[in-house]
Design a protein around this ligand. Structure first.
Ligand SMILES: CC(C)(COP(=O)(O)OP(=O)(O)OC[C@H]1O[C@@H](n2cnc3c(N)ncnc32)[C@H](O)[C@@H]1OP(=O)(O)O)[C@@H](O)C(=O)NCCC(=O)NCCS
Length: 153
């Protein structure tokens, strides 16, 4: 892993976040993108220099194939906000190698637990996390209300 560039990952992080909103919260693409941009700006107000955040690029033969953004939290815990492997490089073990490299890095920093969120529809990510030892600890459940007429507010 190498210390990451940040700016080129921002539009991708916004896209991944927006896709989750579109698929799960029934918002349109414009609103989802706006929410994604706000979420990324709120989380990383100083970009790559945001305190408490770590940014790593995954390299294969010296070529960037993906990246990981994570936070060092209290209670010896780190939270992964974003793991991304470029489309052409997927399915070759890079995602797993990235998480395992992150784990080695965090052990050296005294971290004992890693957390992350994943959408139910994201089967490749869920399987990846399970394959390296993540276990679900809670489940956000939703029900779509089909006959809703007017928003309450
Ligand atoms: C999720 C992601 C990081 C996986 O990266 P990857 O390099 O393709 O993953 P790997 O090749 O290391 O695969 C590791 C394991 O993940 C699972 N997996 C990966 N791709 C999969 C797919 N298309 N379908 C089902 N399982 C899949 C498998 O269990 C695989 O292990 P196996 O090959 O031994 O069966 C990548 O698909 C990605 O960047 N997606 C877009 C961004 C994203 O959704 N990030 C997660 C946000 S929570």
């Amino acid at each position: 892993m190498a210390r990451s560039g940040f700016d080129d990952g921002v539009p991708i992080a916004v896209d991944v976040y927006a896709e989750g909103l579109i698929r799960n919260q029934h918002v349109d693409a414009t609103a989802a993108r706006a929410a994604g941009e706000k979420a990324v700006a709120d989380l990383f107000p100083q970009g790559i220099d945001t305190p408490g955040m770590l940014f790593f690029d995954g390299l294969a033969d010296g070529v960037k194939i993906g990246w990981v953004w994570l936070a060092l939290k209290s209670l010896n815990t780190s939270h992964i906000y974003m793991i991304f492997v470029m489309e052409g490089s997927r399915g070759r073990g890079h995602g797993r190698a990235l998480i395992q490299a992150v784990e080695r890095e965090l052990v050296g920093r005294g971290v004992r637990q890693i957390t992350l969120n994943v959408f139910a529809y994201n089967e490749s990510a869920r399987r990846l996390y399970q394959s390296v030892g993540f276990k679900p600890v809670s489940q956000l459940m939703t029900k779509t209300i089909n006959n809703c007429r007017e928003p309450l507010m």
